[in-house]
Design a protein around this ligand. Structure first.
Ligand code: NDP
Ligand code: HSE
Length: 437
């Protein structure tokens, strides 16, 4: 079984190391030896340390490597949309099985890859693309295919989880925690994809597609990052017995006509400390799946890093290699349900709103009236002197309101109207609350 390895960076070099260290076991598991036919990189002359591999295998011609007759399986760990899409479509159409960790490409144009796989009768596996080492996509794609998944809630970005965990533990602000994440090598030099939620949104699209048998792309996912989360938000969450996490949430729902839909979103949210995802700290990932018959399932582990991600890549390599030897192919993409993706405005959620208001008669009534006009029910109200200062009529007060579940558009309209009231000095923070009642 001969592999074309595209990419030899953080993940690719660990794939080579594991292939070398476990070659006898892998051969026994597959039923044939596994060999590297070539390794495509950008810079052949780059110093790659003591990588246990023949330097003559390196090439800067990925397409030439893919097209070789002696290549059975293509492993792509380069990343990005192009030229990776061209390479993988070429490989799949030619009947070569593909293993990829490329979440960005799968979320942007997974359809092109699935269609090419169907055309070429090849396997397309991508376990490493979501939550690194955690076996998650195979359970969704195979083990849970007899069940009906209602909701998937996950922490799928290690960098942002590290930052939010540091803010929670030390009281640091976002910038300070990001600096620490960069120093420790969690955040990249340009952290945009992580902190603005693009990475998590790509993973959310992949999870939703598998869970709901529907093609969901990155553009279907409502995305908000963590750059606006403040130390005050974290403190406010703590006061409520909550913590703040960047969540990806994919859930079934229904439209006004009762037709089944899905909603897929990524945003920071408060979750109660008792929620299983609240204790997921540092750069770890975890995904909570709620299924009709299976009930609640939790998947936890390392979502990034060379070796953990290479573990998932090699698991896929063994699976596709076995299939090829057996002359078989895994079940193709399941998108039969073709559910409509609901806009964020229709997603059902709860809000935690902190207001700085004038402390005088009628203020609570006026504020409550805004919620009532938008058909948003208030769950709790807490009032204290502004900034912890002296209480008393005529001064300002901090008002913290938590709502019951309502459509996001109604909640957003409520906040807009509150901002316009002269008794509301400022809307200090607005955060969604998940995982409660
Ligand atoms: P790196 O940046 O460390 O490595 C990228 C590799 O691709 C390098 O070897 C580079 O060559 C090669 N490369 C880049 N452009 C080209 C090109 N045009 N032609 C040929 N080779 C090229 O990336 P990672 O290993 O971190 O990530 C790889 C993939 O895995 C991405 O899709 C990423 O999203 C995914 N992933 C990564 C995780 C992680 O923890 N790192 C976790 C989960 C998924 P050269 O070495 O010469 O520069
Ligand atoms: N940047 C990603 C993270 C890597 O922080 O989780 C894994 O996909």
């Amino acid at each position: 079984m001969r592999l074309a390895l595209l990419g030899c960076g953080t993940v690719g070099s660990e794939v080579i190391r594991l292939l070398h260290e476990q070659s006898a076991d892998l051969a026994a598991r597959i039923g044939a030896p596994l060999e590297i036919a070539g390794i495509a990189v950008r810079r052949v002359g780059r110093d790659r340390g003591d990588l246990p591999v023949d330097p003559d295998l390196f090439t800067t011609d990925p397409l030439g490597l893919i097209k070789r007759d002696d290549v059975d399986v293509v492993v792509e760990v380069v990343g990005g949309i192009e030229p990776a899409r061209t390479w993988l479509v070429e490989a799949l159409r030619a009947g070569k099985s593909v293993v990829t960790a490329n979440k960005a490409l799968l979320a942007e144009d997974g359809a092109a890859l699935h269609d090419a796989a169907a055309e070429g009768g090849a396997d397309l596996y991508y376990e490493a693309s979501v939550a690194g080492a955690i076996p998650l996509l195979r359970p969704l794609r195979e083990s849970l295919h007899g069940d009906r998944i209602n909701r998937v809630t996950g922490i799928v970005n290690g960098t942002t989880n590290f930052i939010l965990s540091a803010m929670d533990a030390t009281g640091a602000g976002f910038a300070e925690a990001l600096e620490e994440a960069t120093e420790l090598g969690y955040a990249e030099a340009d952290p945009t994809a992580d902190v603005e939620g693009f990475d998590a949104a790509a993973k959310a699209a992949i999870l939703a597609s598998l869970a709901f048998h529907t093609r969901v792309g990155a553009a279907d996912v409502h995305r908000e990052g963590i750059t606006e989360v403040t130390a005050a938000d974290v403190a406010s969450a703590k006061a409520m017995g909550c913590t703040i996490k960047l969540l990806c949430i994919a859930a079934r729902g229904a439209d006004a006509a009762g037709r089944e839909t899905v909603s897929v979103r990524v945003h920071p949210a408060m979750i109660p400390l008792a929620h299983p995802l609240a204790s997921v700290g540092d750069a770890f990932n975890a995904v909570f799946v709620e299924a009709e018959a299976a009930g609640q399932l939790m998947f936890y582990g390392r979502g990034a890093g060379g070796a953990p991600t290479a573990s998932a890549v090699l698991g896929d390599v063994v699976a596709v290699a076995r299939n090829r030897l057996a002359g078989a192919r895994a079940a193709s993409e399941s998108a039969y349900a073709d559910l409509a993706v609901r806009p964020m405005g229709e997603a059902l959620t709860r809000y935690h709103i902190s207001l700085d208001v004038a402390d005088r008669p009628g203020v609570l009534e006026a504020v409550a009236g805004v919620f009532a006009r938008h058909d948003v029910s208030i769950a709790t109200v807490r009032q204290g002197p502004a900034g912890g200062g002296p209480a008393g009529q005529g001064s300002d007060a901090d008002l913290v309101i938590v709502t019951h579940v309502a459509p996001d558009a109604a909640l957003a309209a409520t906040v807009r109207e509150l901002r316009g009231l002269d008794i509301v000095r400022s809307v200090a923070s607005v955060l969604r609350v998940e995982g409660g009642q």
